[in-house]
Ligand binder design. Structure first.
Ligand code: TYD
Ligand code: MG
Length: 456
């Protein structure tokens, strides 16, 4: 009878990937690891009791009774970081900054307390010694009298310290180096990473301390790390860019307190990361002489319009099958646009290699980029440079029609601000009030008309 009453259940979980199974297996079907299963007893009764206890504290409130006064936010000293977060970090939130090793996550998270000398910060480092952090801080310049460095990898000790110290902000670098005694596996395994993040989330919510958690991702974007954490944390920011290039892009992927299409551009200099408040200006090179195969497109970064350069190279396929490759742009979308050019405008691109690149390490997914992509491809195909003062903002449909895109007015205004003389948009666009500017708006309805107009 006693056994029936005790509500405990056994599961087996893989210490390498964290997947759970109802029975033991020699090899984990998910990650292929041998001999990694351990048994875990779930006390369902206890969990229930805890949930009711926590639940009884709060009662449902009427929507109209909930005060909607603006959330309090903490500025992190960098206007661009604050903007990506939706106006600063929210106290009690857990923000994950993911990125490849060496991209600058530690640098950015150390620059924040250096830029906010009055912010009480606990900087927990599991990767570097306190001395190494100090040396880096010296190199970055600035002093942060209220920043405490704690070199520790046991998250339970970290949380004890933080609970005593009560900082306004805590940085944990990185989730992969932290471990908790609540999970048996090695630091960095999925079950550890999940436990550590859940512990930090609970701590952030209970204490009201804002927490920035750093996580590494590999080239293919998946390891025990940020991918499995995305649903646990409140905000996911991704730090990306070419390692050798100077520019870094901080992009918001998930944000419970703001929009998710914001991005900020930073430049890595000898004295750390520097904000680039006007990214369009660096994304479009100012080459005077005409080069074939480039076109300027527009995209929206959250609410801010951004201009960028598309580069295309079209050449005869040497090895039989034509190659298509796209960097910063969806390659299926590229194939679709090439098919549209072939079928609707009669360009024989089937036997040509097509390479496409979005300059500056930017990734674009806005349909408004289509027209710029098509024009860059045609320009390279004809070896005919486009004028350097024209840009494009339209989607291309499957029947070769040129379609209107969202917020065309903002794109026009940004192009005009940057000194462009002409912008091609869809003839189906309905524009409302346009700011005074001398940019010429050319409306086109289909690819044949566009080709006639551009490649005379
Ligand atoms: P880091 O911030 O340690 O990257 P992560 O924490 O994401 O692994 O690394 C930054 C890289 O940037 C490193 O290769 C050195 C370089 N760097 C600079 O160019 N200038 C600087 O001022 C600093 C601190 C680093
Ligand atoms: Mg680091």
């Amino acid at each position: 009878m006693a056994t029936l009453g005790s509500k405990s259940k056994s599961v087996w979980y893989c210490t390498s990937c964290g997947n759970e199974y109802s029975k033991w297996m020699g090899r984990c079907p998910a990650c292929g690891e041998w001999n990694a299963m351990v048994e875990k007893t779930l006390e369902t009764g206890v969990t229930k009791a805890r949930n009711t206890a926590a639940g009884s504290v709060r009662a449902p409130q009427q929507l109209s009774d909930i005060s909607s006064s603006a959330e309090q936010r903490i500025s992190l000293g960098y206007a661009e970081v604050d903007r990506v977060l939706g106006g600063g970090i929210v106290p009690g939130s857990l923000v994950l900054i993911g990125g490849e090793p060496g991209i600058g996550k530690s640098t950015l998270s150390l620059q924040i307390p250096l830029a906010c000398p009055d912010l009480e910060t606990l900087y927990v480092t599991g990767e570097e010694s306190a001395r190494q952090v100090k040396m880096r801080a010296d190199r970055l310049g600035g002093s942060a009298p209220h920043c405490h460095i704690f070199s520790e990898t046991c998250i339970d000790d970290v949380l004890d310290q933080a609970a005593q110290m009560k900082p306004a902000l805590m940085v944990v670098d990185s989730v992969q180096t932290m471990y908790t005694s609540a999970a048996d596996s090695t630091p960095g395994s999925v079950s550890q990473v999940k436990e550590v993040a859940s512990a930090l989330l609970r701590f952030a919510k209970e204490s009201g301390i804002a927490v920035i958690l750093i996580g590494h991702i590999t080239k293919d974007g998946y390891i025990a790390g940020p991918k499995v954490l995305e649903h646990i944390v409140d905000v996911v920011l991704q730090f990306e860019g070419e390692n050798r290039g100077a520019y870094r892009i901080l992009r918001s992927i998930k944000n419970r307190f703001g929009s998710t299409s914001e991005l900020a551009v930073f430049e890595m200099t000898a004295a750390g990361l520097r904000e680039v408040p006007n990214p369009s200006e660096i994304l479009i090179p100012m080459h005077e002489e005409g080069l074939s195969g480039t076109a300027i497109g527009t995209t929206l970064d959250g609410t801010r319009p951004l201009l960028f350069e598309v580069q295309a190279l079209v050449s005869s396929a040497v090895y039989g099958t034509a190659q298509r490759s796209a960097t910063g742009f969806d390659s299926r979308r590229l194939n679709m646009l090439l098919a549209v050019l072939e079928k609707r405008a009669g360009f024989r691109l089937g036997a040509k290699d097509v390479f496409l690149n979005i300059a500056g390490g930017l990734k674009v997914s806005d349909p408004a980029c289509d027209l710029a992509v098509i024009c860059a491809v045609l320009s390279s195909n004809f070896d005919y440079p486009l004028p350097s003062d024209v840009c494009f903002a339209a989607e291309v449909g499957l029947s070769g029609e040129i379609r209107p895109v969202a917020q065309t007015e903002r794109r026009i205004a940004e192009a005009s601000r940057l000194g462009f003389k002409k912008i091609y948009i869809s003839s189906y666009s309905k524009l409302d009030k346009l700011p005074q500017s001398d940019i010429k708006i050319v409306k086109v309805s289909g690819i044949p008309a566009l080709v006639k107009e551009l490649f005379k």
